[in-house]
Ligand binder design. Sequence first.
Ligand SMILES: [Fe+2]
Length: 160
Amino acid sequence: MISDINVQRAKDNQNLTDMEKKHVPVIEAPVEVTAGEPFEVKVTIGDIAHVMEEDHYIQWVELHINGDFVGKKELKPTDGKAEAVFTVVGTEDMISAREIMNCRIHGFGVCGTCGTRSAIVILRAVESCNVHGLWEGSAGIEITSAISKPGKKCRWGPEL
Ligand SMILES: [Fe+2]
């Protein structure tokens, strides 16, 4: 597991510095996926392609979904491009976990029983540049449940 302490991220996503453009992983993924169905996520370093030279290159790229490790790809200067493709599967558990988390955040809604069958989860990519250290980028995707169940109305109120 990577310690968060040394991982650098974009300070302002709308206004990346040149250093950030070359190092923050860019995540390409479907906007919406179905639980249980594998999909591909492509991670490229970065907005401006990072060099892949003997003395300066991207050593590896890792991907996590919802905090869970998906995979790690080791790279070499001879690979030419700093990119990796991962196969990812969203699960029903990720949707359930998100429903519970939303309830805690809102603090007063019973959204866990509202029948909502999709959740936004976070894809997080981390890369290691041999000169400039660890960098991360993230993107949200929506996972829709493959289980069809009749929805109940949200019960909103101050009682919880
Ligand atoms: Fe670098």
